[in-house]
Design a binder for this molecule. Structure first.
Ligand SMILES: Cc1cc2nc3c(=O)[nH]c(=O)nc-3n(C[C@H](O)[C@H](O)[C@H](O)COP(=O)(O)OP(=O)(O)OC[C@H]3O[C@@H](n4cnc5c(N)ncnc54)[C@H](O)[C@@H]3O)c2cc1C
Length: 414
């Protein structure tokens, strides 16, 4: 089959790889000049089925309100929030109920666990090096934060994911440079979770996919898709190409291609930020990945750099870097690893998480013949990329995926 994949982020490239491996003729269409130029380029890099969870969780609305007027906060709200955001926020609030949280988290973890298994096989098979580190440490500054995380920790036990609560002393044995000046009530160690440089991986997988025959068409912006009988047409400026099937993996912008086809989904762009700084003292730097639960900010070791990433900026979707977001990242870096790097002079970045209110991705067929989606991975697209790519390849090929697909298809939005 001839299959076109729209979008060269980590999701599109993983999809292209698995489609090429299954023997299809694959063309990736990307509007920029290389792969991983948008959200996949500056993320925190955490690949953690143990940590993958919806932000819509019990206690989260109260937590967000408690931060609203603080100078450092995990969430930023623009005063003039639009109607689209209010609608999305109302749906998101409903997902904060415990039973919804459990369902959504289980769906996300199903994809993430499968994905990690495939990523490990790919890494081994092709001897990939993308600055991987092992283990993730989730930090709780207070007992209250720990209590809020209880439902999530209980679910880890139920789903058999390796984890261990440790006290502050033990946390510092795992991460010896962790500052003793910042209060730490407890930490959750996830030894099987990992982190890695997402764009580095994506570029390597692109070359492997190319060696299998996949073609990459860069600087090509898809303006529309139309389905005619057994073929699907892709419109790029004045040009039109056709294929047997199309997979839309265009991050948040997927909705601009889906809406004209009559496919309406509540995908919203939740802007996030990262600060990447060169390590100045390796003895004082993190060894792997950590998450500050109070600020929902991750600190990741990436080779000779340290990255601090997070923040949900709602209502702002342009490329501007908001001072309040950067201030929070610098605070978290300085709180935990003050001598590792100068976060004030870091390389700052922002990107849009393609987020659904219930936060599990949408994988598979749409109501339009031969048009498929691989979208909505929100805050965990890197952790779910390999699994989502293989699932799409199986579905396009007419095979049943290896995992249960309930709750992961467009059917959940009627
Ligand atoms: C601050 C931050 C931290 C994060 N941390 C993590 C983390 O630790 N772990 C994790 O798993 N996830 C994390 N994420 C989320 C993760 O980065 C995303 O889920 C993932 O990158 C989404 O990948 P994607 O390929 O769908 O989107 P993108 O990387 O945005 O790729 C979409 C591609 O489609 C192209 N495109 C769009 N429209 C068109 C068009 N019309 N024609 C042609 N091309 C088009 C774009 O140019 C782009 O290259 C984080 C995100 C942010 C913002």
């Amino acid at each position: 089959m001839q299959v076109a994949v729209i979008g060269g982020g980590v999701i599109g490239v993983c999809t292209a790889y698995f489609l090429a491996a299954a023997g299809h003729e694959v063309v990736v269409v990307e509007r920029y000049g290389n792969v991983a130029q948008e959200t996949s380029s500056g993320n925190a890099g955490i690949i953690a089925p143990g940590y993958v969870a919806p932000w819509a969780a019990p206690g989260m609305p109260r937590k967000i309100l408690s931060y609203l007027f603080k100078s450092e906060s995990p969430v930023l709200l623009k005063p003039a929030m639009n109607r689209e955001l209010w609608r999305w926020a109302r749906m998101w609030l409903k997902e904060c109920e415990l039973d919804r949280y459990r369902t959504n988290r289980t769906r996300m973890q199903r994809v993430a666990s499968y994905s990690r298994e495939l990523l490990q096989k790919l890494t081994e098979h092709y001897a990939l090096d993308y600055e991987q580190t092992a283990g993730v440490l989730q930090l709780f500054r207070s007992r209250r934060e720990l209590d809020l995380a209880r439902p999530a920790i209980d679910l880890l036990t139920e789903s058999g994911l390796a984890h261990r609560m440790v006290d502050a002393d033990e946390a510092r044995l795992i991460e010896p440079a962790l500052s003793a000046h910042t209060p730490l009530a407890a930490a959750l160690h996830l030894p099987q979770d990992e982190s890695g440089n997402c764009p580095l991986f994506t570029r390597q997988l692109r070359h492997i996919a190319e060696s299998m025959g996949a073609e990459f068409h860069f600087n090509s912006h898809v303006s529309a898709i139309s389905s005619e009988g057994a073929r699907v047409s892709i419109h790029i400026g004045e040009r039109t190409f056709s294929a047997d099937a199309v997979v839309i993996a265009a991050g948040f912008d997927s909705i601009h291609l889906l809406e004209p086809l009559g496919v309406h989904i509540p995908l919203y762009p939740v802007k996030g930020y990262s600060a990447t700084a060169v390590i100045k003292d390796f003895e004082q730097a993190p060894l792997s990945a950590l998450i500050d639960e109070s600020y929902n900010v991750a600190i990741t070791r990436m080779g000779s750099r340290v990255r601090v990433a997070g923040i949900a900026d709602l209502g702002s979707r342009g490329p501007e870097l908001r001072e309040a977001a950067l201030r929070t990242l610098v605070k978290v870096g300085d709180d935990w690893f003050p001598n590792a790097a100068n976060y004030h002079t870091a390389n700052y970045w922002c990107g849009l998480r393609p987020m659904l209110p219930d936060e599990a991705p949408l994988l598979g067929a749409t109501t339009v013949d031969n048009v498929f989606v691989n979208i909505g991975h929100g805050s965990a697209g890197w952790a779910m990329a390999a699994g989502s790519g293989k699932i799409l390849s199986d579905l396009v090929s007419g095979h049943a995926p290896d995992i249960d697909m309930s709750g992961l298809t467009l059917a959940r939005y009627g």
